[in-house]
Design a protein around this ligand. Structure first.
Ligand code: HPA
Ligand code: ZN
Length: 337
C-alpha cells in the first residue's frame, strides 16, 4: 500500500467503539497474573498459549478467551489489564474508547462486581488525566446465559451506575437471538443506558433486525452479515445505524476467508456508517491500527475512506455533542493538509 495512506490511517485521530477489555489481555500478562495469583494454567508457556490461538469459529475462540480471563482476580489485575490496553491505544492515536467488559465471566468465579469495575475505572481516570484520552464503559451481558442472570448482573451493577454508560450483548450468537433479552434491555432503556448488541457476526441478518426492533439498540456490533438482506442494508443506511466492524476478528473467526473478501468497502459504498475496531486485539493479531493497516492493504480503500472512517468513529460514539464536535474538528484539521 501507499506509504502516505498507511501513515494517514495510523496517525489520524480515532475512536475505538468495539474492544472487549478481557480480549486485550496479552499472553505475557496472563502468565504474569497467573503467577501472581497462583492460578493454574493449562499451557506450559507464553508460546504454548499463543499456539492455541487458532480458531475455527466464534465458540472455539470464546472457550480460550474465558480461560484466559480466569487469571483476573484483584482490582489491581483489572487495572493493569486496562492500563496496558489504554497505553497501546494511545500509541494508535485513539482519542476516545468505549470499552466492553463482561462482568459475568468474573462474578461467576466469585470475583465481586466492584473489584472488576473499580479496577477498570481507575485506569480510565488515569488515562484521562495523564494522556487526555476519554473513555467509558459498556457492560455486556453474556447471551449464552439466561435473561434472569442478566437481570441479576444489572442489580449488582446499579450501585455503580455512574461508572458505565450502556449495555451490550456478546458471547455465543447462534441460538441466542437478541429477543431472548427483550425485558432486560427494556429495563436498561428505562434507566437511561445506551444500548448496543453484537448481531450479524456469525448469526443471520434477522438478528440485526430484532436487535433494532426488539432491543432498540443504537449501534450494531459487527453486523457484517447485513448485506445478505438488501432491505435491511437500505434501512441501516437510511437510519445511519453505526456498525462497529472488526476486520481481523472476522478473519480469525472465519466470518470471511481472507481480508480481500471482507465487505468493509461494500458497506461504505452502501452508505452504511461503518467503523473499524479491534474486538479482542490480544487474540486476533492486532490493535486498531493493525486493523486499519491490514484492511487498507487488502481492499481498494482510499484517503476519502480513511476520512469517513475517522469521522464515523466519533459520530457513532456516545460522547456528548460538544466533545463529539471537538474530536470531529480534530479529524477535519488532520485531513486539511
Ligand atoms: N463476539 C461475541 N462475543 C465476544 C466477542 C465477539 O467477537 N469477543 C468477545 N466476546
Ligand atoms: Zn466483540
Amino acid at each position: 500500500m501507499d506509504e502516505a495512506l498507511l501513515r494517514t490511517v495510523q496517525t489520524m485521530p480515532k475512536a475505538e467503539l468495539h474492544i472487549h477489555i478481557e480480549g486485550s489481555l496479552e499472553p505475557e500478562l496472563i502468565f504474569a497474573l497467573a503467577g501472581r495469583n497462583n492460578v493454574p494454567l493449562a499451557y506450559a508457556s507464553v508460546e504454548d498459549l499463543r499456539r492455541a490461538y487458532a480458531f475455527d469459529d466464534l465458540q472455539s475462540f470464546l472457550d480460550i478467551y474465558y480461560a484466559g480471563a480466569s487469571v483476573l482476580l484483584t482490582e489491581q489485575d483489572f487495572y493493569d489489564m486496562t492500563r496496558a490496553y489504554l497505553q497501546r491505544a494511545k500509541a494508535d492515536n485513539v482519542r476516545h474508547a468505549e470499552i466492553f467488559f463482561d462482568p459475568q465471566t468474573h462474578t461467576a468465579r466469585g470475583v465481586a462486581f466492584s473489584v472488576v469495575i473499580d479496577g477498570i475505572t481507575r485506569a480510565l481516570r488515569e488515562a484521562r488525566t495523564q494522556h487526555g484520552m476519554s473513555g467509558s464503559l459498556i457492560m455486556c451481558f453474556l447471551r449464552h446465559l439466561s435473561e434472569e442472570d442478566a437481570f441479576s448482573t444489572l442489580e449488582q451493577a446499579l450501585p455503580h451506575r455512574d461508572k458505565f454508560i450502556g449495555v451490550g450483548l456478546d458471547s455465543s450468537e447462534y441460538g441466542h437471538p437478541p429477543e431472548k433479552f427483550a425485558r432486560v434491555f427494556a429495563r436498561c432503556r428505562e434507566l437511561g443506558l445506551h444500548l448496543v448488541a453484537h448481531a450479524g457476526e456469525e448469526g443471520p441478518p434477522a438478528y440485526i433486525q430484532t436487535a433494532l426492533d426488539v432491543l432498540q439498540v443504537e449501534r450494531i456490533d459487527h453486523g457484517v452479515r447485513c448485506l445478505e438482506d438488501p432491505a435491511l442494508t437500505r434501512r441501516l443506511a437510511r437510519e445511519q445505524v453505526p456498525l462497529t466492524v472488526c476486520p481481523l476478528s472476522n478473519i480469525k473467526l472465519r466470518v470471511f476467508n481472507q481480508l480481500h473478501e471482507h465487505n468493509l468497502l461494500a458497506l461504505l459504498e452502501a452508505d452504511i456508517a461503518a467503523t473499524v475496531n479491534s474486538d479482542d486485539p490480544a487474540y486476533f493479531g492486532g490493535y486498531i491500527n493493525d486493523n486499519f493497516a491490514a484492511v487498507f492493504e487488502a481492499l481498494p480503500l482510499r484517503r476519502e475512506h480513511a476520512y469517513r472512517l475517522a469521522r464515523n468513529s466519533f459520530t457513532a460514539s456516545f460522547l456528548d455533542p460538544q466533545a463529539k464536535q471537538q474530536y470531529l474538528n480534530e479529524v477535519d484539521a488532520f485531513f486539511e493538509h
